[in-house]
Design a protein around this ligand. Structure first.
Ligand SMILES: Cc1cc2nc3c(=O)[nH]c(=O)nc-3n(C[C@H](O)[C@H](O)[C@H](O)COP(=O)(O)O)c2cc1C
Length: 186
């Protein structure tokens, strides 16, 4: 696939078929992820692949409770509150797999490194017909001791990018972008 097709056509997918994503495919996506640029080539990332649906259901419930208890007031908070209070809402959209990209230890550029790895992974997934979505709703809980323990993550690691992966049920429509604020100096 042409790189521009991937960049301009990838969308966050929130409806998946029940078809699983096999291990070679997930390894291929992780291989794309680790080719991301990263600070001082430290490659601080580690990848946790969760395909156990009962574990994903449990993490979803805990992450929703954590968000509801810790959510600051903001323009989206009413909408989030009603979504997170809905017992039928699973934050991972019942996707067959979740890949959590974490940094093995804190560091000055780990968020940038893991986010760049996540974008590579999402574009590579799109190129093989898979859908993805970054699930920020999971981040708060996954960064707690209980959250790390739920995924068997070492206490020192920093979960940055929870990305669901699966076969899209529908192709999401284009999402409008604002006109970028560009300031030219020279
Ligand atoms: C850091 C981050 C957190 C996000 N968290 C969520 C989330 O919790 N749930 C969700 O449905 N989408 C989430 N998204 C997806 C965004 O809503 C989506 O990227 C945005 O609306 C633009 O749509 P597009 O990805 O289809 O271009 C997140 C994206 C990012 C980058």
């Amino acid at each position: 696939m042409d790189i521009n097709d991937a960049i301009f056509s990838r969308r966050s997918v929130r409806e998946y078929s029940s078809q699983s994503v096999d291990e070679p495919t997930i390894r291929r996506l992780i291989d794309a992820a680790v080719h991301a640029p990263n600070a001082v080539n430290q490659q601080p990332w580690m990848f946790t692949v969760i395909r156990d649906q009962s574990l994903l259901d449990r993490v979803s419930r805990d992450a929703k409770s954590h968000m509801l208890a810790n959510m600051p007031a903001g323009p989206q908070s009413d909408h989030f509150r009603s979504l997170l209070g809905d017992p039928t809402f699973q934050i991972f959209y019942d996707a067959p797999a979740l890949i959590v990209i974490s940094a093995a230890a804190p560091g000055p550029w780990i968020v940038e490194d893991c986010a760049l790895a996540a974008e590579n992974l999402m574009l590579a997934a799109y190129a093989v017909g898979l859908g993805t979505c970054w699930i920020g709703f999971a981040q708060g809980f996954l960064n707690t001791p209980d959250g790390k323990q739920s995924l068997g993550l070492p206490a020192a690691c920093v979960p940055v990018a929870p990305i669901i992966v699966g076969h899209p049920k529908v192709a999401p429509p284009a999402v409008a972008r604002k006109t970028p604020d560009i300031r030219w100096l020279g």
